[in-house]
Design a protein around this ligand. Structure first.
Ligand code: NAD
Length: 517
């Protein structure tokens, strides 16, 4: 395994390779940048220019095994590091991340394409979880019952699992890793993180920053790659738990495989989020929300609103308001102050754009066609402008598929019941929102919707860090959501201790099952 330490202006560890004109992103194992033995690499695009700007090494099975062994060794000492010291490192990491968020935002915009303001928002939501991890002692302390039987006390301990694997998607290259590794590490585990191969630099940057904050080498490792690296993690016997975020088919594969291998698994999947607009809603608020949540990050968010369920009596007015707001959106290079950046790859851009023809063929009305947008950016970028399709039939794949791009569908419904039926019939249940001024309707909705995260006049109801994040149905496989109390539960195992310290009253043989006298 070769080791290099060549830096770039962005601080990302890369190496130039003789036969490539672009830098190469390496793994981060045992506190150092390593190329690994795997011979394959993958392209990392600059989506605003449409060019390959870097290549990333893909780990093979042996590379993953090396990272897991390093993490297992680090666990032997990290688990015994005092809570106070672990907290100090988390606090230091929090300060560094806050101070240097601009650097990270630039990396996110460069590889993902999201506009700088949105990148800063992603980091801010990740920082929340780091702050929560600083509060680890309050979440992992056990309980104590004195004198449960004469002279006997019972107490619980929460202990780390060991080596845990985190596999993250392209759309939040910083925030999703931050949902997991700060809590896992604060709780005493060691981590092997496999970020998306499409925008892998943020993960390495975060791992280096953890080292700067004082984290011992080997506690947080990053391996890059595709299915080969993921399956190696799922199958490695030393890995105790897997946290996954990505599309539904892969989440199901992860859940099935890791469970079959005896691991604890949380696998967060895809989504198709509905926003139900009742006739008494503030339609300006609803239109703002639909545009913000539909087109923010070019629709590449698992909590994006992708379907507006508009009650017939207000649908025309709502569509007009949404359309008017869309006419003011700018698309272009995320560094230039535009509203919406490019999509992640050309292939994905073309797939998303393909739904415009499908919508028309299925009888929907294409109100705004984003396929030929005016762009403040390079012509080769993976551009697709905001697109609005009205009267989408729920039988159409435009409604049924997770499009994951800037295509907002309007489905017209007769009223509350019809809207709720559509939401509850969906295979996904990540987020949903109701827009209404009727408290009774909102209350019914929060009780009746079979969805994990509900917004009331709030379009992207991502819970704050101290409430856990996760959906229902095919949006989450496994019972543990991410971060919040679920995060600490997931990364610790509870032990109950029944203890007696001898006093003069002990003694006597009794073969009966222990009772409490
Ligand atoms: P993806 O499923 O393609 O990839 C996610 C991760 O899985 C990546 O690290 C990737 O390398 C790996 N992977 C891909 N194919 C694999 C395979 N065949 N076997 C094993 N591993 C594989 O997802 P993506 O395109 O990177 O991200 C977008 C998806 O993630 C969307 O579906 C979105 O809804 C979902 N997402 C969900 C949440 C949530 O909280 N529920 C959050 C963010 C994103």
């Amino acid at each position: 395994m070769s080791q290099t330490a060549a830096g770039t202006p962005s601080g990302i560890e890369t190496t130039g390779t003789p036969d490539e004109t672009v830098p190469t992103i390496e793994h981060w194992i045992d506190g150092a940048s390593v190329a690994g033995r795997g011979e394959r690499t993958g392209p990392v695009y600059d989506p605003a220019r449409g060019v390959v700007q870097k290549r990333v090494h893909f780990a093979d099975v042996a590379d993953v095994a090396t990272a897991v062994e390093v993490a297992a060794r680090a666990f032997e000492t990290w688990r015994d590091v005092s809570i106070a010291k672990r907290q100090q490192i988390m606090f230091a990491f929090r300060e560094l991340l806050n101070a240097r968020s601009g650097e990270l935002a630039a990396i996110l915009t460069s590889e993902h394409g999201k506009v700088l303001g949105d990148a800063q928002g992603e980091i801010a939501r990740g920082l929340e979880v780091v702050e929560l991890a600083c509060a680890m002692p309050g979440y992992t302390k056990g309980e104590y019952s004195e004198n449960v039987s004469t002279g006997i006390d019972v107490y619980t301990l929460r202990q780390p699992l060991g080596v845990v694997g985190v596999i993250s998607p392209f759309n939040f290259p910083a925030m999703v890793p931050l949902w997991f590794f700060p809590i896992a590490i604060a709780a005493g585990n060691t981590v092997v993180l496999k970020p998306s191969e499409k925008d892998p630099s943020a993960a390495v940057w975060l791992a280096r920053l953890m080292q700067e904050a004082g984290l011992p080498d080997g506690v947080l490792n990053v391996v890059h790659g595709d299915r080969v690296a993921v399956d190696a993690l799922l199958e490695h016997p030393t890995v105790r738990a897997i946290s996954f975020v990505g599309s539904t088919p892969i989440a199901k594969h992860i859940y099935d495989t890791a469970s079959a291998n005896g691991k604890r698994v949380q696998a967060l999947g895809g989504a198709k989020n509905h926003m139900l607009v009742l006739p008494d809603a503030d339609l300006d608020l609803a239109a703002d929300a639909a545009v913000n949540a539909g087109f923010g990050s070019a629709g590449e968010r698992c909590m994006a609103v992708s379907v507006v369920l508009a009650v017939d009596t207000v649908a025309d007015e709502l569509v007009a308001k949404v359309r008017e707001r869309m006419s003011r959106l700018t698309t272009g290079d995320g560094t230039r102050g535009t509203d919406m950046g490019p999509l992640i790859t050309r292939e994905h851009r073309d797939r998303v754009a393909g739904y415009v023809d499908v919508a028309a063929a299925d009888g929907a009305t294409v109100v705004v066609d984003g396929r030929d947008p005016q762009v403040d950016g390079e012509p080769g970028g993976f551009w697709l402008g905001p697109t609005l399709v009205d009267r989408v039939p729920v039988s159409s794949s435009v409604y049924r598929d997770e499009i994951f791009g800037p295509v907002l569908s309007i489905v017209r419904v007769e009223g509350y019941e019809a809207g709720l039926d559509i939401i509850n019939a969906s295979r996904w249940g990540n987020g949903t929102a109701i827009f209404t001024n009727d408290g009774g309707a909102a209350r019914r909705f929060q009780r009746e919707a079979t969805v994990g995260m509900i917004g009331v006049n709030v379009p992207i109801p991502v819970p704050v860090a101290y409430h856990s994040f996760g959906g229902w149905k095919e949006s989450l496989f496994g019972s543990a959501k991410s971060y919040g109390p679920h995060g600490f539960d997931f990364y610790t195992q509870e032990k109950a201790v029944t203890s007696r310290w001898l006093d003069p009253s002990h003694g006597g043989i009794d073969l009966g099952f222990p009772r409490h006298d």
